[in-house]
Design a protein around this ligand. Structure first.
Ligand code: 5GP
Ligand code: ZN
Length: 113
């Protein structure tokens, strides 16, 4: 079992129902949803945070950003949605594997807390 919970989810060591999956990324429901729709999208490759994205990850980053709007559409988020990356200590990143939150089906507030 990997030390990283999201690597374990990405490799299906921890059984997970995927909202979307391909060879490079997987999307699944957050354990503690903060909106009626709260999905996490991760790379199967372990990248700890945005600060650890390297030159060689550019295509992968493009892929994940491109897929997010397709996943959002499949989730029926036709009235908008928020995509969040909590990066590092001040942003309250609790899982040290880069992930994109997709939140939807409620009105968001701004500025975020
Ligand atoms: P962060 O605070 O790092 O941006 O977000 C981590 C997110 O991962 C949180 O929203 C938390 O609820 C979610 N999470 C943590 N562990 C698990 C897990 O084992 N399964 C799922 N589905 N979500 C998790
Ligand atoms: Zn990981």
């Amino acid at each position: 079992m990997s030390d990283c919970i999201f690597c374990s989810i990405g490799s299906h060591e921890i059984p997970t129902t995927a909202v979307y999956e391909d060879d490079e990324i997987i999307a699944f429901n957050d354990l503690d949803p903060q909106a009626p729709v709260h999905v996490l999208v991760i790379t199967k490759k372990h990248i700890s945070s945005l600060d650890d994205v390297s030159e060689g990850d550019k295509t992968l980053m493009g892929h994940i950003m491109f897929k997010i709007h397709e996943i959002a559409a499949d989730l029926g988020l036709d009235n908008g949605y928020r995509v969040v990356i909590n990066n590092g200590e001040d942003a309250f990143q609790t899982v040290k594997h880069l992930h994109f939150h997709i939140l939807g089906k409620r009105k968001m507030t701004w500025p975020p807390g």
